[in-house]
Design a protein around this ligand. Structure first.
Ligand SMILES: [Zn+2]
Length: 139
């Protein structure tokens, strides 16, 4: 979904709902976005500055890094950033516009990926794969 932010006038806001499909993203088979990511947000212009505020929710399938069991977890975050023409570098609080147009899929996908933990554990007390636990009481 692309939004032409030039149509948002000063002091006005524009609300949107959108879904993005991230099922083709490959996290080495450890995480799968089996259903689309839902985004509800607002674009507003104040004092010439265009801001995007969006809540996203998703349900993803994970493989536990400890016991390798599959599990599903709901994810959600709020993103707030300034939309600016051109290169925004690595700044997390800014997202790029191209010719006044904001590409929601392009902007939101990195935020979703950045929110993922580097380690995913099915439960806080996950004991790991029992096949690999050595019971030394019998030795
Ligand atoms: Zn586990």
């Amino acid at each position: 979904m692309k939004i032409d932010v030039r149509t948002v006038s000063e002091g006005q806001s524009y609300s949107f709902s959108h879904k993005i499909d991230l099922s083709s993203l490959d996290f080495a088979g450890r995480i799968l976005f089996s259903s689309p990511v839902s985004i509800d947000g607002t674009i507003q212009k104040r004092n010439g500055v265009v801001t995007l505020t969006a809540d996203w929710t998703a349900e993803a399938e994970f493989r536990c890094d400890r016991c390798d069991t599959g599990y599903t977890r709901a994810l959600s975050r709020t993103v707030e950033c300034v939309l600016r023409e051109g290169d925004t570098g690595d700044r997390e609080d800014m997202a790029p516009l191209t010719g006044g147009v904001c590409d929601l899929g392009e902007i939101m996908t990195p935020y979703v990926i950045l929110s993922l933990e580097s380690k995913n554990i099915c439960a806080d007390d996950c004991g790991g794969d029992t096949r690999w636990i050595i019971d030394d009481t019998e030795v």
